[in-house]
Design a protein around this ligand. Structure first.
Ligand code: G6P
Length: 498
């Protein structure tokens, strides 16, 4: 990779003012999280005033206490193109917005991140597109994130970079600020070498990641895929999970490590909601509104081709065809939250899924009952937990998924140990939720059998399984995950001197 800018030389892109360069060499913050999206959402109140609210996701919840304790800052894009915002404080942290032009949203975010890397890293379920203009934009934007981070990091600060949108940031940071402790976590799968090899910039991306002292992955298989790629495309020495990165003009030799740290959820807050009387009442209302069927099945996904929604609908439609279930006995609720709607593959997927729902409902609905209640919306977490409580069976049929936190949330919400989870073996969650009914979603007959077995499982057996899964999710929450990663980052092996 070409030398990157130092913190004192921000990149310039037409239409976007880069964050100001620091006065001195160091910034003020000891702990910095860097992710494509900032940890806050913009909300507009009834008077039309806009304000910021902490995002509801598990990552933000887990890191908020660390932020408050450690003088923390979060660096990320605030979600609006062509808008430059000054850093501000909210929820006990400094928020550092990184601007993106409309063109960069198209090339870096929709293009390279979500139409090159996303399909490539998810086993090419959709075809990745390779465009040099997208790559150029990805590099430029990664550079801007690195500059913004370097400008707020105190001497010796810990920086934790998140996810596939920012894989070049670790190396850029190491070159600009060798004093920093740098972690990286990949929330999505890392593909097998034979697939990763397609990427025209495969060497540069590996170099970018190796800038981190510790690279975290969801599953052990992701870490070993990555290490195989390091060996093949860089030829570095690897001992167990340590990579010996030799010196170059910009950096002395050091050791980087690649390990699995399966992410989890904020179990306590889901459990608390599951006990709240208004949430419980809402779950009863959902059941009533569906005509009180014997079985409610639930799917909750971003509308993404990795989630296997089409496979799930096919299996469900065939069960209705076969008469194994009827619309009087069973209802499927499918929440499909809108996602990346300007990316072509996502538009096509929406047409497919909505066509399939229409065909199944058109064939099987009666005036009174509907086969699939399809909801193309996002909901607040209270409504999600009410849905989890209303659902006898949760269907997670991803074709490839880094972890799948919906599976863990469902388990966390089932405080009475009832309900059953049908879980794809291609989701990271299958490593730990072993008592789910594990399925290969490509095997439609197998998926149908799994749905029938979930519906008809004897209560004692279902409760035994759910109890074990709940124990897993209670003991391994997202706070434990972040502590494990940050402890491993701090206790990393010292730089080797050769
Ligand atoms: C996945 C990715 C995240 C991403 C999220 C939503 O979970 O791992 O990095 O933020 O999807 O996607 P979006 O493109 O809306 O940020």
């Amino acid at each position: 990779m070409e030398p990157v800018l130092s913190a004192a030389q921000p990149s310039t892109t037409p239409g976007v003012t880069p964050p100001a360069a620091p006065e001195g060499q160091f910034g003020d913050f000891d702990f910095i999280v860097v992710s494509n999206r900032l940890a806050v959402d913009r909300v507009v109140d009834e008077h039309g005033e806009s304000a910021w609210r902490r995002s509801p996701g598990g990552l933000v919840t887990a890191l908020a206490p660390v932020m408050a304790k450690a003088d923390g800052a979060w660096v990320g894009w605030h979600g609006a193109p062509d808008e430059t915002l000054e850093p501000f404080d909210e929820s006990n942290m400094r928020l550092v917005p990184v601007p993106l032009s409309a063109e960069e949203v198209e090339l870096y975010y929709e293009g390279f991140s979500n139409a090159t890397l996303w399909p490539l890293y998810h086993d090419v379920i959709a075809s990745p597109e390779f465009h040099r203009t997208w790559w150029d934009s990805y590099r430029r934007v990664n550079e801007r994130f690195a500059v913004a981070t370097a400008s707020v990091a105190a001497e010796g600060a810990t920086v934790w970079v998140q996810d596939y949108q920012l894989q070049l940031v670790p190396k850029m940071l190491r070159e600009a600020r060798p004093d920093l402790k740098i972690g990286f976590f990949n929330h999505i799968p890392f593909p097998p070498l034979e697939i990763y090899a397609q990427l025209p910039w495969r060497r540069q991306v590996i170099e970018g990641l190796l800038g981190a002292d510790l690279i975290g992955f969801q599953r052990p298989s992701d870490a070993s895929n990555f290490l195989r790629c390091v060996r093949r495309f860089k030829g570095y020495t690897i001992k167990s999970q340590q990579v010996y990165v030799p010196a170059d003009e910009a950096t002395p030799a050091y050791v980087s490590r690649a390990e699995a740290f399966p992410i989890s959820i904020d179990t306590a807050s889901i459990t608390e909601l599951a006990h709240r009387p208004d949430v419980i009442e809402r779950s009863r209302e959902i059941r009533r509104e569906l005509g009180d069927p014997q079985h409610i099945l639930l799917g909750v996904d971003r509308l993404d081709y990795t989630k296997g929604i089409g496979h799930r609908l096919k299996a469900y439609g065939e069960l209705l065809e076969d008469g194994a279930i009827t619309v009087e006995d069973a209802a499927l609720i499918q929440v499909a939250s809108p996602s990346r709607e300007r990316v072509e593959q996502y538009r096509l997927l929406r047409e497919d899924i909505e066509g399939a729902v229409g065909r199944i409902n058109g064939t099987h609905d009666t005036m009174k009952n509907t086969a699939i209640r399809y909801l193309h919306h996002s909901y607040p977490v209270e409504e999600m937990v009410a849905l989890y409580l209303a659902a006898d069976v949760m269907l997670v049929t991803a074709l490839r998924d880094g972890m799948n936190l919906v599976a863990k949330e469902y388990v966390a919400a089932r405080t009475g140990n009832t309900g059953m989870l049908v879980l794809s073996e291609f989701a990271g969650a299958a490593d730990t939720l072993r008592q789910a009914i594990l399925v290969n979603p490509h095997d439609i007959d197998g998926l149908k059998a799994a749905i029938v077995s979930a519906i008809s499982m004897p209560k004692v057996e279902a409760m035994r399984r759910m109890r074990l899964m709940r124990r897993q999710v209670v003991q391994n929450d997202v706070e434990r995950w972040s502590q494990a990663f940050l402890n491993a980052l701090q206790s990393g092996s010292p730089t080797h001197g050769d």
